[in-house]
Design a protein around this ligand. Structure first.
Ligand SMILES: [Fe+2]
Length: 405
């Protein structure tokens, strides 16, 4: 063999090895757990959930009290097996959702955890989450909506909004999202970017409300691939697309505007009847009183009025709107930012890059604008008041109101 031929053979071998290594890492990257999220079931119960394209034989979470964490090899590490469900998106791609419910966690505790399987290369990063005292005097959470990205840059912006929210309110105990997380739920890359740029979700519960970009044509498999929510929703709806949880002195209810409205009306009344709490907050994607009116849900409004729901968090309009406190659609207090009666409906502006043209002002709106800046809300709840602050991504406070009890 001539030197030239040997040279060509060597180059081909190097190329093949290179392609092999690249394919291995690509496969390994696709098989690594991603989208690790935490859901609240109640004050001391959490669900840890993650996604992967790999069917893991022995999926598990390793977890330990952070104060006692030494190494993953230590005897005090608890290993809990995860359950797995297979979902096929509309592109016929198979993804697996792994989830573990951790019950009776200790109050005032921090836990360190990671998830994965037998293959050491396919484990998540370490993260820490906290459990608070159910009788805490005050707690806070973050409200975002409509990240709805398509490109990597769109999701970078979503990540920046979330990080600004967390740096504005570092004591926030969880994050709620009023729907439309990605543009196309069946493009898995969008979900990967969504989570890639919101790594802090590994350390705080994330409670999404389903939007029209998650549930399409009576189908929500991509939502299920990425989230595991409490199994206490309305009958005949796609499971986990409506749910509630109690947290300290608050009842939080997530409605599904993309599902059967009447089924949820009955369920909503039962939930409100059985779980009287000082504070009741509802999240729904299409706003019943936002820039536009989703009046198909007017039966829900009757129940919000009857049971004294104080705050309804909304999305979908990609602009900012805050109603006067309303009873049956009529303002009960037209002036004050201190509210003692009625329900306030907030439509938060987008946390991503898409903004809509400002809609016409409505008589029920106390505040209404389109600033074309990503926004987030902070909600602080105590025994006597609930404070809602709306900020833009620069940290400027653009709206604030207090509901007193
Ligand atoms: Fe929407």
């Amino acid at each position: 063999m001539t030197k030239e031929k040997i040279g060509i053979v060597v180059i081909i071998v190097i190329l093949l090895v290179g392609i092999g290594i690249a394919e291995y890492w690509k496969k390994s990257d696709n098989e690594k757990p991603y989208g690790v999220t935490i859901s609240i079931v109640d004050n001391t119960t959490r669900i840890i959930s993650w996604s992967s394209a790999k069917l893991e034989v022995q999926p598990y979470i390793e977890w330990v009290s952070s104060a006692e964490y030494d190494s993953w090899n230590a005897n005090n590490v608890i290993s809990t097996t995860a359950s797995v469900k297979e979902y096929i998106n509309s592109n016929d791609e198979i993804y697996y959702r792994y989830s573990v419910q951790l019950d009776s966690l200790g109050e005032n505790m921090s836990y360190t955890y990671r998830v994965g399987g037998e293959d050491k290369k396919l484990r998540s990063d370490n993260a820490i989450f906290n459990i608070y005292n159910a009788d805490q005097e005050q707690f806070s959470f973050i409200h975002v909506t409509d990240s709805q990205g398509e490109t990597e840059n769109d999701f970078k912006v979503w990540g920046q909004t979330l990080e600004k929210a967390i740096s504005t309110l570092p004591e926030a105990q969880f994050i709620v999202h009023s729907g439309d997380m990605t543009e196309d739920p069946n493009v898995e890359q969008q979900w990967k970017w969504f989570f890639q740029f919101s790594k802090s979700l590994m350390g705080r519960p994330f409670m999404p409300t389903i939007g029209n970009h998650e549930q399409l044509n009576e189908e929500a498999s991509s939502y299920h691939t990425h989230f595991t929510m409490p199994l206490n929703g309305a009958n005949k709806l796609i499971e986990e697309t409506s749910y509630y949880f109690e947290y300290s002195n608050m009842l939080y209810i997530s409605m599904n505007t993309e599902g059967d409205i009447d089924e949820q009306t009955n369920w909503l009344e039962q939930v409100l009847e059985k779980h009287p709490q000082k504070w009741i907050v509802v999240s729904m994607h299409r706003g019943v009183y936002g820039g536009s009116r989703f009046n198909e849900a007017d039966d829900w409004v009757q129940l919000f009025d009857k049971y004294g729901v104080q705050l309804v968090l909304q999305g979908h309009n990609h602009e900012y709107s805050r109603s006067y406190p309303l009873i049956d659609g009529e303002a009960v207090d037209g002036q004050s930012n201190t509210i003692t009666e009625g329900t306030v409906y907030v439509t938060m502006n987008a946390s991503g890059t898409k903004f809509n043209e400002k809609k016409k002002d409505k008589k029920y709106q106390a505040v209404h604008f389109q600033n074309e800046l990503q926004m987030f809300g902070t909600v602080t709840v105590s025994a006597t008041e609930l404070i809602y602050n709306a900020y833009d991504i620069n940290g400027d406070l653009l709206d604030s109101f207090t509901i007193e009890q």
